[in-house]
Design a protein around this ligand. Structure first.
Ligand code: SF4
Length: 703
């Protein structure tokens, strides 16, 4: 493999930038430009460029670890570690029943791993208790997309369409920091005469690029969208022909929006009426327009309704299901899209089938060679699952996630993990969650294994193995196969990713996310294929289905082909400020770190750029607190206290503070966040909670 250039994709976010990897003589791996992939055309952010550093990190795990009698983690053989896991999970199942065993996956797992993990939970363990951290990422957009369009795919069009539309409203996305290479699509949009509107409580690097920046109070963008729709109606900008021909439910949605007159919306959001009018003008004047949402509107206890309100705006103006227009969600995690399509989500079977649909159960059970009645029903959502640890759920197998840092109300989640009878974690480093485990298994990383991911565009991609993994590590697929063997299921768990994908194709065939026409050979030759991509009948087999870059152009995926308006109204967040907690906290990311930081905090260059957490606050708030730049500030919510240095800026509203969530320890932002759940998506309200600020005199200790 020496000096062989392998075209592949970044391990981190859902943009899945293309890159070339070349093994060097000293055992490291060099990243070089891969210009043939149209999404990033060679550009990479610092995270992608430095991703190989984690492959050879000095803290990389290369031996299984087991908890000793003295309570410490000590090296063990693979057989010893696997026997312990099978014993721990099996004992819980025997003593408390299958639903006392939980499984928690991750949006970074490949499609093959997510598929196999879901199958392992349901066929080997027989548990309904499986969910994954993607629930924290985009589940509100998924739920709203299902309601409105009958299908959930992050973007219903390729990113390459963005420069050719007329206006984009970007809601709660700071992609200049989260997905920097994607910014060029918006730069090109502006160069082509289009406009960019950014909705964000902070003047982020992305907002600085906007023609119009709307800065609503956190948690009020539902009202903002309703106010815009009110103006669309009042100004006679509804596309009546489109609404009559391609939608249903307009009258109820219209009535709900008309209750949100502009002055009322200004009072709720803080966005002045003239800015609302300007946003409507910019959005409605061009022939084509788009709305893209990200975690801002989605990570709320009303996230599904909030996204639904933005979709209503698109539908009323005829900007959905037409070329160069539509609503899309900028999915966050590397395989957040594929991870929710193939069975690690609590209510789903592969192919985006529903677990409570008898026909779906029959189809998948036949592929798996089991009785449909043996498959458990839907389980708990991610936070509810974590909250049940140590009570209903006694043992947990966790792959590709670090909830001690990334879950809301993280101190509580940490306590729940500690209260388990047995915890097994598969990871590449000793994450904060792995450090609590009874057994830790060291597993292969992106460049050491082959597998597929599905990007935010719905483009299925092939990540190729570029180097040999170090001695002592095994793939997640090998782990699941070994555990299945030990738990009495000797067949049905192949370790070859392509073999798993062939089975996934059959399991997904005929489902909403149909991958049956996609093969590894096609992925290698075609630079990815957009789902749905069914396998064509034998008489047409010479003509492979081309995949579906653009959805809904002829009809939406609802029974009658019409999109559904969903009537929604403004309501407060789960925790509004009061006298005791008078300030709003919002959380997010910085460019040099990724999610819980389990990987990126192991990269020197990224740590130098983003060494630790901070509290971003307005000078007026800082003055009231008596805090200067860099002073430690305590942020206190009803759930706990976090301390980090002040970063004072006028780029944030005076009633709001911001903390990035990548770090553990005293500055852990998720110590503060509110696990209040959206009633439909079960998404926790990461994006806003009530806090108070306190000065700190002792030095800050972080991570
Ligand atoms: Fe990787 Fe995302 Fe950065 Fe691209 S933008 S290099 S996919 S982290």
């Amino acid at each position: 493999m020496q000096n062989t250039v392998t075209p592949t994709h970044c391990p981190y976010c859902a943009l899945q930038c293309g890159m070339n990897l070349t093994p060097a003589a000293d055992g490291t791996v060099e990243v070089s430009e891969r210009t043939d992939f149209p999404v990033n055309r060679g550009a990479l952010c610092g995270k992608g460029r430095t991703a190989p550093a984690v492959l050879s990190s000095r803290v990389r795990l290369t031996s299984p670890l087991v908890r000793s009698d003295k309570g410490t983690l000590v090296p063990a053989t693979w057989d010893e570690a696997l026997d312990r896991i099978a014993g721990g999970l099996g004992r819980t199942r025997a003593e408390h029943g299958p639903d006392a065993v939980g499984v928690f996956g991750g949006g970074g797992l490949t499609n093959e791993k997510a598929y196999t993990l879901g199958k392992f939970a349901r066929v080997v363990l027989g548990t309904s208790q499986i969910d994954y951290n993607g629930r924290f990422c985009m589940s509100s957009a998924a739920a709203a997309g299902m309601k409105a369009f009958g299908l959930d795919r992050g973007l219903p069009f390729p990113l390459e369409d963005i420069p050719r539309t007329g206006c984009v409203i970007l809601v709660g996305s700071n992609l200049a920091e989260t997905m920097p290479p994607s910014l060029r699509f918006f730069t090109e949009l502006k160069e082509n005469g289009g406009t960019l509107i950014v909705v964000d409580p902070r003047r982020t690097r992305t907002a600085e690029q906007a023609d119009l920046h709307l800065a609503p109070r956190p948690g009020t963008d539902l009202a903002l969208a309703l106010g815009l729709l009110h103006l669309v109606v009042a100004e006679g900008r509804v596309d009546e022909e489109y609404v009559a021909g391609r939608t249903a439910g307009w009258e109820d949605a219209r009535a709900a929006a008309m209750a949100h007159w502009p002055e009322y919306v200004e009072r709720i959001t803080g966005v002045p009426v003239p800015q609302l009018r300007e946003a409507v003008r910019l959005f409605c004047e061009p022939e084509h327009a788009m709305v893209l949402t990200a975690r801002g509107p989605e990570q709320q206890s009303k996230g599904t309704d909030t996204v639904g309100a933005w979709i209503n705006l698109c539908l009323a103006t005829g900007q959905a299901g037409r070329p160069l227009s539509g609503y899309g969600c900028l999915t966050g995690q590397g395989n957040g899209q594929g991870g929710r399509e193939h069975g690690q989500k609590a209510d789903q079977l592969p192919g985006y089938r529903k677990l409570d649909d008898p026909a779906a159960r029959r189809h998948v059970a036949e592929v798996w060679g089991v009785d449909p009645d043996s498959l458990p029903g839907p389980g708990r959502s991610a936070y509810e699952l974590l909250d049940a640890l140590g009570t209903d759920i006694r043992s947990l197998l966790l792959m590709g996630s670090n909830p001690v840092v990334s879950a809301p109300h993280a101190a509580h989640v940490e306590e729940r993990l500690k209260s388990l009878d047995f915890l097994a974690v598969c990871d590449v480093v000793l994450s904060e969650t792995a450090a609590l485990a009874d057994v830790v298994l060291p597993v292969t990383q992106w460049a050491e294994e082959t597998g597929t991911t599905t990007s935010l565009e719905g483009r299925v991609l092939l990540r190729r193995r570029a180097i040999t993994p170090p001695d002592g590590v095994r793939s997640d697929l090998e782990v699941l196969r070994e555990l299945a063997d030990r738990l009495g299921v000797e067949k049905g768990f192949p370790t070859d990713p392509e073999e798993v994908f062939e089975e996934l194709r059959r399991a997904s065939a005929g489902g909403p996310a149909d991958y049956s026409g996609i093969t590894y050979r096609r992925l290698a030759e075609e630079n990815g294929v957009f789902w749905p991509c069914p396998q064509l009948p034998p008489q047409e087999a010479e003509e492979a289905h081309p995949g579906t870059p653009r959805l809904f152009l002829d009809r939406f995926a609802t029974p009658d082909g019409r999109a559904r308006f969903v009537p929604v109204s403004h309501r407060p967040t789960a925790e509004e400020p009061d006298a005791e907690y008078p300030v709003l906290l919002t959380t997010g990311r910085v460019v040099a770190q990724y999610q819980s930081g389990a990987q990126t905090r192991r990269v020197d260059e990224l740590n130098a750029a983003a060494p630790g957490p901070f509290v971003e606050l307005h000078p007026r708030l800082a003055a009231r607190l008596g805090a200067a730049e860099g002073d430690p500030v305590a942020v206190v919510s009803r759930r706990g206290r976090a301390v980090a240095p002040a970063r004072i800026t006028t780029a944030i509203r005076p009633d709001t503070v911001f903390m990035p969530f990548h770090w553990p320890g005293e500055g852990r932002a998720n110590t503060l966040t509110n696990p209040a759940l959206d009633p439909t998506s079960r998404m926790p309200e990461f994006k806003t909670c009530a806090v108070r600020l306190e000065p700190v005199t002792a030095p800050v200790k972080n991570s």
